[in-house]
Ligand binder design. Structure first.
Ligand SMILES: *Cc1c(COP(=O)(O)O)cnc(C)c1O
Length: 496
């Protein structure tokens, strides 16, 4: 009888390791060269239609084209059109550059490919160690615990989930929020990042459980109003449970009075969560650490490492003052995750999966461990401090410039500006500045983003970019001024 079994598929290991090694070395060389020469490229390239079509219209690839052809397509279709944040003139939103060593560490992590949900393995110890280092740097006690996750949104959600469970006063894990109980409420300023609304929706609290506290002229939470809102809600029979303070708001880089918020939480028996997505790392800078004073009194802190940690996406950290609270929130025994006294699951068990939502997890801790050890925390701190100084300088330039206006205080690393000349009607400014932003981006001059502030539409630059120089920021200020003049002249001519 003829053998009916199908032919062996080609191995997913290289057919020829030597050839693959040569190919891989070439990929590494070209990639490093691309990053090394990034300043010579445009910060933003609008995708041509044929590139869009080539990616978007490709049918399912049932047959493979081989690694080299796939790589060539990457170089042609993908590499020229990423989000721009490698570049020294990327200041939109809050995006870090990523470091070459961080990228190389991701390669090591992927190649080793451990599942860092648990097991008695070195990668789990590495993650626990970097979390402990951050806990120490943030002034948390030895009893603190934490977990790495994808980004500030996830890191905040995890901390906030602990807050909800620990402060509910009943077993939320068992009963959910289905019962006929007082409404659980959380307080944060109107400048709080959008994660909190999503978290309230996702955790069953409802978006209306987020009480938006007004801010003062510096965009910091109004603590007096916070106290009044808590008192009014209690009087109405509701259950305040958490205050979210922000270290470095996404709009203007404001930091709430964290000491005052810690006092309110102590007095009211509320959970104190700090969203320090980028601002928390200011604690590393001796000359600026006072700006986040009070953060060390938080019950939980969330921060990104792909913003002011300069590491490649995606990576963030949640710290909880009591590791026990974290475990009580997330640990769940199941029969297929047996923890034994010897072998692969001894000692550490499923340590990481008991501190978050995910079971299978990548080894994102490695790039943190490698970078902290290779570069030293003091070098990170020096870059953060430099970014702050650069933006303080830019704010002064904007204030002094006859064609520019500063639209909000710039206490940290964010400058919100617009083009404005005295003879231009205020009603025209939003339209002019929107066009200025488009041209800055489309001409590949610089990549700031936009926001809407009480004074109007703002061209907003957040500097978590270790490649930026003062010259780059001078070029931004000059370009906003000259393009603003150009746009206004065109608009006037069109309406004449
Ligand atoms: C960026 C940011 C977040 C969200 O972090 P992601 O990493 O983008 O998910 C939350 N809060 C603040 C203040 C931020 O700046």
């Amino acid at each position: 009888m003829a053998d009916q079994s199908p032919p062996e598929p080609p191995s997913l290991d290289p057919a020829d390791w030597n050839a693959f090694r040569a190919f891989a070395h070439g990929v590494v060389d070209e990639t490093l060269e691309h990053v090394r020469t990034i300043r010579d490229t445009r910060v933003w390239n609008t995708m041509p239609q044929n590139v869009r079509d080539a990616i978007s219209n490709e049918p399912v690839p049932h047959g493979g084209i081989g690694a080299e052809a796939a790589y060539r397509d990457y170089v042609r279709l993908v590499r020229p059109y990423p989000s721009g944040n490698l570049h020294p003139r990327s200041w939109g939103w809050v995006r870090g550059n990523g470091t070459p060593l961080g990228a190389l560490s991701d390669y090591l992590a992927s190649s080793l490919n451990p599942n860092v949900g648990g097991f008695d393995q070195a990668p789990v110890l590495v993650e626990r160690r970097v979390v402990d280092w951050f806990a120490e740097l943030m002034g948390f006690p030895k009893s603190a615990g934490g977990i790495l996750s994808s980004g500030g949104t996830m890191a905040n959600v995890l901390g906030f989930n602990v807050a909800r469970n620990m402060k509910a006063g009943f077993d939320v894990r068992a009963d959910g929020l289905q019962g006929n109980r007082p409404r659980m409420l959380v307080y944060g300023s109107t400048e709080t990042h959008g994660w909190l609304r999503k978290a309230c929706e996702m955790l069953g609290l409802g978006a209306s459980a987020f009480r938006r506290v007004p801010v003062n002229n510096d965009f910091e939470i109004d603590v007096k109003q916070l106290r009044a809102m808590i008192a009014a809600d209690r009087a109405a029979g509701h259950q305040p449970f958490c205050v979210v303070g922000t270290a470095g708001t996404v709009n203007t880089g404001a930091t709430d009075d964290l000491t005052a918020l810690a006092d309110v939480c102590d007095a009211e028996d509320l959970w104190f969560h700090v969203d320090g997505a980028f601002g928390a790392l200011v604690v590393l800078c001796p000359e600026y650490a006072h700006m986040v004073r009070g953060m060390e009194r938080a019950d939980s802190i969330a921060f990104d490492l792909h913003k002011w940690g300069y590491l490649p996406y995606d990576i963030a950290c949640t710290l909880v003052r009591s590791d026990n609270d974290l475990v009580k929130t997330f640990a769940a025994q199941v029969n297929y995750l047996q923890v034994e006294t010897r072998g692969a699951t001894a000692n550490l068990g499923f340590d990481r999966s008991e501190r978050g939502i995910e079971l299978s997890r990548d080894f994102k801790a490695l790039k943190v461990w490698m970078s902290m050890r290779a570069e030293g925390v003091s070098v990170w701190a020096a870059h953060i401090a430099r970014n702050i100084r650069q933006m303080q300088r830019l704010a002064k330039i904007v204030e002094a410039h006859p064609a520019l206006e500063l639209l909000a205080p710039a206490p940290l690393n964010i400058v919100c500006m617009r083009w404005a000349r005295p003879d231009v009607p205020p009603a025209a400014l939003d339209a002019v500045n929107k066009e200025v932003l488009f041209l800055l981006q489309e001409r590949g001059i610089a990549l700031p983003s936009a926001t809407s502030l009480p004074k109007g539409y703002a061209i907003r630059s957040a500097n978590t970019n270790y490649r930026t120089t003062d010259d780059d920021l001078d070029a931004l200020a000059n370009a906003v001024a000259s393009i603003g003049d150009e746009v206004w002249a065109t608009m006037k001519k069109a309406s004449a």
